[in-house]
Design a protein around this ligand. Structure first.
Ligand code: HEM
Length: 438
């Protein structure tokens, strides 16, 4: 559509209009150069009814500012120290390696195992502990999140946005979306209760501990504008699960698929890890500086097979004039991040899986300003650092242990995505062959 209508155009869904920003220049101008004017998240009937302005991803104004600032600082604190995030991620990566080892080189669909691992990372951050895969409550939590993500931008969701006053009273999949949210919120609230009974808040260990402490501080001060309460805490945890599980899982699934389809690239990554790191210690995020080729492959994988169909919609915080057009306040904005990652004016071979996009002539890693899978500006992904650490440690731990090969008789895995809000690959199986046997 950008080819036909230009890099800024309006899409109509019934009576609802959203302005799409396509390509690096348009997205950069809005999200980076004019960050404040485009800083709000889109408010719609369904999102207002289900989220009620709480948490971080879909909140605006004072609630967003206060919750986001606190979460950014807390994420940083949780990343430090021996029991920091990296240690927990390395532990999850170890569990995932064990699962692949048990498959004994037979074809395996990695979806279930990767989803459990990345969900457990969020559990470790939010609750301070992981869950056994067979835990029924944990599986219900994952199902509820999957249902909600499938529901978003489905025909029933769109109908709800256009006719909310009717849909509120009709049965249908939207009712299950509401009960899925309740499932996640009550899971979070149960954990909060357990923390209140057992935790020693003078030594906070996880997000709930830090948040309960902050709530207490604001209550003691009788702060009249505090947004620190149990509903916002539960909503923040919901946000971490919704924003942080499927996105990361999809990225890892694409990575294994692409590497199985490109054995030459996979072998180069393996050789680099083997030669530089060896098998002396478990992988840590700092190692990425010593692994320029591996680092470039990870970036290229996220560029070439982006986890979202476009990005997370924003809305204008005031009337905005851009490229001669007036966009009124509270108009929906779709910053099309996929189009930035595939922008033919910025990437040499945008439609090819080509790690050279992130390498200089000496084979050193180069950062690219048009690499924006986590968005940009004041609303940039809050879990970006966590996601980067996860993807690096999970992938390198797997690749130093196994060679990922196509099952016998399979020539290539399907590289087309299943088109939804989150762009999953089609279900596939791969064989994890331990290196010592090859
Ligand atoms: C590969 C993995 C991930 C990708 C591709 C991704 C991408 C994004 C994008 C595109 C946005 C919108 C940014 C914008 O509007 O400019 C976002 C927001 C957000 N992400 Fe992520 N994300 C990932 C992982 C995570 C993780 C692990 C967490 C866990 C904490 C997380 C938490 C959030 C939150 C809370 C927001 C809302 C920020 C706000 O509105 O202020 N994300 N993410």
């Amino acid at each position: 559509m950008a080819k036909q209508y230009g890099n800024i155009y309006t899409l109509w869904g019934g009576p609802l209009a959203v302005v799409v920003l396509s390509g690096y220049e348009a997205v950069k101008e809005a999200l980076i150069d004019r960050s404040e004017e485009f800083s709000e998240r889109l408010e719609t009937a369904f999102f207002n009814d289900i989220i009620k302005g709480r948490g971080i991803i879909l909140s605006n104004g004072h609630t967003w500012r206060q919750q986001r600032r606190f979460a950014v600082v807390t994420m940083r604190k949780l990343g430090l120290g021996k029991k920091g995030m990296e240690h927990q991620i390395a532990e999850e990566a170890h569990q995932l390696v064990e699962v692949f080892a048990r498959s004994k080189g037979q074809p395996l669909d990695p979806t279930f195992h990767i989803t459990n691992s990345v969900s457990n990372v969020i559990c470790a951050v939010a609750f301070g502990h992981r869950f056994a895969v067979e835990d029924e409550q944990f599986q219900k939590l994952i199902e509820a999140i999957n249902y909600l993500l499938k529901f978003l931008f489905s025909p029933t969701h769109i109908l709800y946005e256009i006719f909310p006053w009717i849909m509120r009273y009709l049965p249908g999949p939207h009712k299950q979306a509401f009960s899925s949210l309740d499932t996640v919120i009550s899971f979070a609230k149960d954990e909060m209760e357990k923390h209140k009974e057992t935790s020693s808040l003078h030594e906070p260990q996880d997000f709930i501990d830090f948040y309960l402490l902050e709530m207490e501080k604001h209550q003691n001060r009788n702060d009249p504008v505090s947004t620190f309460n149990e509903d916002n805490l539960a909503q923040c945890i919901f946000d971490f699960f919704v924003a942080g599980t499927e996105t990361t899982a999809i990225s890892l699934k694409w990575a294994l698929l692409l590497l199985a389809n490109h054995p030459d690239i996979q072998d180069k990554v393996h050789k680099e890890i083997k030669n530089v790191i060896g098998s002396s210690h478990s992988m840590c995020y700092q190692d990425k500086k010593k692994l320029p080729y591996t680092n470039a492959v990870i970036h290229e994988m996220q560029r070439f097979k982006y986890a979202f169909v476009s990005g997370i919609p924003r809305q204008t915080a005031k009337d905005v004039k851009i490229h001669g057009s007036l966009i009124p306040k509270t108009t929906g904005i779709f910053p099309d991040l996929r189009s930035v990652l595939l922008d033919p004016t910025r990437w040499k071979t945008p439609a090819e899986f080509n790690p050279n996009h992130f390498l200089d002539k000496d084979g050193q890693y180069v950062a690219r300003e048009e690499y924006l899978p986590f968005g940009a500006g004041s609303r940039i992904c809050l879990g970006m650092q966590l996601a980067k650490i996860e993807i690096f440690i999970f992938l390198t731990s797997l690749l130093r242990t196994f060679s990922f090969r196509l099952p016998e008789g399979v020539k290539e895995l399907n590289q087309d995505p299943v088109p939804r809000v989150a762009m999953n690959p089609h279900p596939y199986k791969i064989c994890a062959i331990p290196h010592c046997r090859t």
